[in-house]
Ligand binder design. Sequence first.
Ligand SMILES: C[S@@+](CC[C@H](N)C(=O)[O-])C[C@H]1O[C@@H](n2cnc3c(N)ncnc32)[C@H](O)[C@@H]1O
Length: 264
Amino acid sequence: MPADAPADRFDSTEPYYAAHRPGYGDRVLDYLVSHFGLDADTRVLDLGCGAGQLAVPLAARTGDVVGVDPNAAMLDHAREFADSEGARNVQWLVGSDADLQGLAADIGTVRLATIGRAFHWMEQGRTLDHLHSLTADGGGVAIVTDREWLTRGTRDWQATIHDAASDYIDDVPERTGPVSHDDDPWDELVAEHGFADVETRTFDLRREWSVEDALGYVFSLSFCAPASFGTDQSAFAADVRERLAAHDEPLVEETAVEVIAGRT
Ligand SMILES: C[S@@+](CC[C@H](N)C(=O)[O-])C[C@H]1O[C@@H](n2cnc3c(N)ncnc32)[C@H](O)[C@@H]1O
């Protein structure tokens, strides 16, 4: 099971996260730039920034970025990613949603606050209230999520990985298909916490995975962290390779990135 403390949830996943989690694609970044008017004078906060999948490409499109994450090892990977991209305009701070108030002076006022693949970990109403007070007029918040992830995808090869993981570790979340927030609409929550003109945009995309990337992705998931496999990690990897070898088709994922945007 994932640990409860925010800093520990992704323990032992960090190198896999950095190497195998995909980015969000240029269309999502272009949308954020145009919708929130990002330019050389604007600052962006990326909360739950992980290894920088959103923060680093945003740095190339705005004046500067503050990436905040409770997992210091994740931030080390984010730093390496930023260095490799030549992004010098990013500051990395250790902290979780619970630390936003204390970090307010370091973060300053931002045009845009983004949260990528991390809002489900946060105390959401309180986080939105803090982000409202940190964002400038004309700016706002953007919650960015994948509509599915590998073990919740709709393809047979994804079911194969899920079956294998369930054979090795307990408490793998049930396969329920693509994520839906129908019971807990985040767009309504964003509006309830003072943001205006809330809109949800969906960006379709197709990803083709190698077996090693798919495997690395699995180890990047909090509930499939390498530590959860103990000494069976290599056996699991070999088993997945063998099971996927039986699939004739390429490992294709037709998915989408969803952005919920609201203005301050
Ligand atoms: C799935 S990763 C997403 C990383 C990156 N934002 C992305 O888009 O790929 C989730 C990140 O949220 C962080 N996290 C977990 N609980 C958090 C919390 N309460 N507040 C802020 N970040 C949190 C984790 O340390 C991890 O780096």
